[in-house]
Write a protein that binds this ligand. Structure first.
Ligand code: 26W
Length: 799
């Protein structure tokens, strides 16, 4: 619905008056942000209602994306863009003497996720709505998002992230509340010939949904992200007389587990996983029965697809069986067919320590009926394979073994589709990690390489580059990313290449100002901005970047010159991940040592920006020249920061891991700096235990000096030695020293290319043009066609 500047101004001022009895002259920035968000909410409310009505009316098949994490970041600007209001509102505010970016900065990040998995879920929500599919997110309304990170004396400190106090988007839907049962005992009783569970001593929690609108890009469609909160059931008020009693229930959803790679098996996490799954599925069946007025559950897969985002929602398989069999008396075999047809699963990591294997007795105590159902699923699975495959395979693939419930096995056996998130990752699942299942269900396995929301990471984060694309290839790329390929026609266009360089420099100047304000560190915008932004994890090898920094520093101290470089880190470590926190300390102290060393005349600066989140990524990515994607091959399932940096013209230094391989395939080996061990070389080291880093250390004087210099990093308490010990130990899993020499050679090539600006920006141009391949709309199109079988919803857009 088109909005004029006049209409906007009138509505904005009325909101300020309604909400805060205030006016633009006196209102605080957060009041301006709240009022602006209110105008936006009014803007999408009609299409939100219309979408819900028509999808019910048409009975359009819906996808419900179950994810324990959603990382939307901020929504104000993307809602304005998707409503088609961004330009109008930015100009209208300007005429009122206000700045949209300043106001938008008051919006807290919705940081209900750790990293890649959560951000991808948010991207999928935006894309489903923008492509006109009826997509629903199903997750948890954490009261506290991912912790705020502060550095104290170089050490990571975690602070509570109380985001709700400034949230402007959620709508409480009391009427859609459902009960979720925990604990107690269950016995099966015969109820007129139907074996029915009778529960005793269970505790019931009221699951109350809060809905957040997901506005589609200029298509008049608005979908829903439903986040569940836990409350005391109204009828049980008397059972919870004290605050403490109440707190016990409310704590269920209070905090997001800040770990994104290590399964800890904690009871509260298991409760969280069952809570949003049961609430979500009950809500879906209520819609199926009440709104769609359906009675035949065999039709469920025609109206509903449920996607399990990694194993965290895997109990959805057992919970749907419970609801169909116990609550709706569907016979087991029919219920199982319905479940497998409805469920699909994505795997996001092959790291063994990340795979969830819940303690059976813990699950038994908390979810007795679910354990009965999983046990029956497991028994029938084993039964079905008897004589068809070896007992070894059965033993390796069954769900329950050695008192543990293997959640990946439950998800795979209960789903009609299993996908990895990049070609190499899916290949490794099929040929190694899930080999037995691939041989059992080859047709279920498929690859769906990740993608990114170009609307956010280009149109919103990098308006100057977006304008250059408009001026060169026209504006159609904003609706159809295929158009971006036309940008390659400007490969030899000096004006465009120079403009690219100017834009990058502008963005770097903006970031330099931000770095100065946040850290006090002065950085030269003409230096190489070398960026590594992702969670802190040993497999992502921020340590390899650290060794390169120390090597550069030594060279500069010894008068060996290098082009000016600023290395920019941003990364959170899981609070319980000791080694990751030691790496953060050493990087921070190395930065202090180098940044304050007059001998090197500012030729090298190291900046570790605090509190990495979606908004900080939007600041850093447009200013990046080099994108560090240097994980040990086979460890990074896909990566998505690699795609965001590529779209913003950064050149990638990459191992042949995850989606880096597809980036190289897309731009060609001349437009990327690839290096390092390939999959077979990495597996060979593991297979014949032939990795002896101390030998590499002793035979490479450059490496030896570099590692020895690590011991000299001041103001530490043993952290450097911990890193050295790790590097030199035979069971250093991520082969850091094995890739050191090749990495140095790749960085030499970066410096050589940097010296030839025209070539540099020609490579940059090619990467921008080809980033269309990683448009998440293309990823979702493939999920919709191959896995969820969705049809688009057609809504008449109101003028
Ligand atoms: C049990 C603790 C836990 C929590 C989260 C284990 C594992 C996870 C996630 C699966 C980790 C994650 O975010 N994986 C990342 O997913 C991205 C989206 O597909 C990929 O691009 C990254 O390569 C992958 O590391």
């Amino acid at each position: 619905m088109q909005l004029t500047k006049e209409k906007f101004k009138e509505r904005f001022e009325r909101k300020l008056d309604d909400y805060f009895e205030n006016d633009i002259k006196h209102a605080s920035n957060s009041e301006l942000c709240a009022a602006l968000s209110a105008v936006v909410r009014d803007g999408y409310a009609p299409q939100w209602r219309r979408t819900r009505i028509s999808e019910t009316h048409e009975g359009n098949k819906q996808i419900y994306y179950f994810s324990i994490e959603f990382l939307p970041g901020t929504l104000l600007k993307s809602n304005l863009l998707n409503l088609g209001w961004l330009k109008t509102v930015r100009e209208a505010l300007k005429e009122m003497g206000l700045d949209l970016d300043t106001i938008a900065a008051a919006e807290p990040d919705m940081a209900l996720g750790n990293g890649g998995l959560g951000r991808l879920a948010a991207a999928f929500m935006d894309s489903l709505a923008s492509l006109g599919y009826t997509g629903n997110g199903n997750g948890i309304r954490y009261k506290y998002g991912l912790f705020k990170q502060k550095f104290v004396d170089g050490y990571q400190k975690e602070l509570p992230n109380d985001w709700l106090k400034d949230d402007h988007w959620e709508v409480r839907r009391e009427s859609k509340a459902v009960p979720v049962r925990f604990g107690g005992k269950v016995e099966m009783v015969d109820d007129d010939g139907w074996l029915t569970p009778r529960y005793e001593g269970e505790r019931v929690v009221q699951a109350v949904p809060y809905d957040i609108a997901v506005v589609g890009y200029k298509d008049g469609i608005t979908n829903t992200l439903r986040l569940w909160d836990a409350e005391i059931p109204p009828q049980d008020e008397l059972k919870y007389p004290t605050i403490a009693d109440r707190r016990k229930v409310e704590d269920l959803t209070s905090i997001l587990y800040p770990d994104d790679s290590n399964y800890e098996g904690l009871l509260l996490r298991l409760k969280q996983e069952y809570f949003f799954v049961s609430a979500g599925l009950q809500s879906i069946l209520n819609y199926f029965i009440k709104d769609l007025k359906q009675t035949d559950f065999r039709k469920l897969p025609e109206y509903v697809a449920v996607h399990i985002n990694d194993t965290h929602p895997a109990m959805a398989v057992a919970e749907l069986m419970r609801l169909l069999v116990d609550e709706h008396r569907v016979d087991w075999d029919t219920a199982w067919k319905i479940t497998v047809q409805t469920m699909s699963y994505t795997n996001h990591t092959i790291m063994a320590e990340a795979l969830e294997k819940w303690d059976l007795s813990m699950m038994q105590d908390l979810l007795p009926r679910i354990v009965q159902i999983i046990t029956e699923i497991d028994r029938r699975f084993v039964e079905s394979l008897k004589g068809k495959t070896s007992d070894d395979v059965i033993e390796r693939t069954r769900i329950i073994k050695n008192g543990r419930v293997h959640m990946a096995h439950l998800a795979i056996i209960g789903s009609h589709s299993i996908n990895g998130v990049a070609a190499l990752h899916t290949q490794l699942l099929e040929t190694d990690v899930l080999k037995d299942f691939y041989e059992l269900y080859p047709k279920r396995f498929n690859n769906k390489t990740n993608g990114i929301v170009l609307r956010r990471w280009l149109q919103i984060a990098n308006p100057e580059l977006s304008d250059l694309l408009d001026q060169t290839i026209g504006t159609k790329w904003r609706d159809d990313s295929n158009e971006m390929l036309k940008f390659e026609n400007f490969y030899h266009d000096t004006k465009t290449l120079n403009r690219l360089e100017e834009i990058k420099l502008d963005n770097k100047k903006k970031l330099a100002k931000f770095i100065k304000k946040e850290t006090g560190i002065e950085v030269d915008p003409t230096a190489i901005f070398d960026v590594q932004i992702k969670r802190l994890h040993a497999y992502k090898r921020q340590t390899l970047k650290l060794l390169h920094i120390l090597k550069l520093y030594q060279d500069l101290k010894n008068g060996i010159d290098h082009p000016k470089r600023v290395v920019i880190f941003a990364a959170k470590a899981a609070p319980s991940y000791v080694f990751a926190k030691q790496i953060i300390k050493v990087i921070n102290e190395t930065a202090n040592m180098i940044n304050n060393d007059p001998d090197i005349h500012g030729k090298l600066k190291v900046v570790f920006l605090e509190n990495y989140n979606v908004s900080l990524a939007e600041r850093i990515i447009p200013a990046a020249d080099v994108s560090e994607q240097i994980s040990t091959t086979t460890k990074e399932a896909s990566g998505t920061s690699n795609m965001k940096l590529m779209a913003n013209g950064a050149l990638t230094v990459a191992t042949m891991d995850g989606a880096n391989i597809e980036i190289k395939d897309e731009v060609g080996e001349d437009n990327i700096f690839s290096f390092g061990l390939n999959k077979d070389q990495v597996y060979k080291y593991y297979a014949d235990k032939s990795y002896h880093p101390r030998n590499i250390y002793e035979n490479d004087p450059v490496l030896r000096d570099t590692i020895d210099s690590l011991k000299e990093v001041p103001n530490c308490n043993g952290e450097p030695q911990a890193l050295v010990n790790n590097f030199l130990s035979d069971n250093e899993e991520f082969l850091v020293l094995a890739d050191f020499e090749a990495y140095l050679a790749a960085q030499k090539a970066v410096e050589a290319t940097w010296a030839q600006k025209r070539i540099w920006y020609q490579m940059s141009l090619v990467n921008i043009a080809h980033s269309e391949r990683f448009d998440v709309d293309k990823t979702i199109q493939r999920y919709a066609q191959d896995i969820w079988h969705l049809k688009k919803l057609h809504i008449e857009k109101t003028k």
